[in-house]
Design a protein around this ligand. Sequence first.
Ligand code: ZN
Length: 77
Amino acid sequence: MAEITCARCGRRAEPLDSPPLVGARGQVVQQQICPACWQEWVEQSKNIINHYGIEVADPRQRQQLYAVMAEFLSIKF
Ligand SMILES: [Zn+2]
């Protein structure tokens, strides 16, 4: 795949090898977010999940996490 320009840090980079999430969100992230920024989100999300006690198996709480993710990564789903 061609290089992408990261929506968060503005750097050009090789995209993630595969979409990091299922469905359309994964496509958006793969096409707009560089691996380094994605890794930052993965680390950050662990803190958020722990801090707020988010239950990712709960669809409603997962939606809330996606909203925080979109803000963190400067993308829209
Ligand atoms: Zn980036």
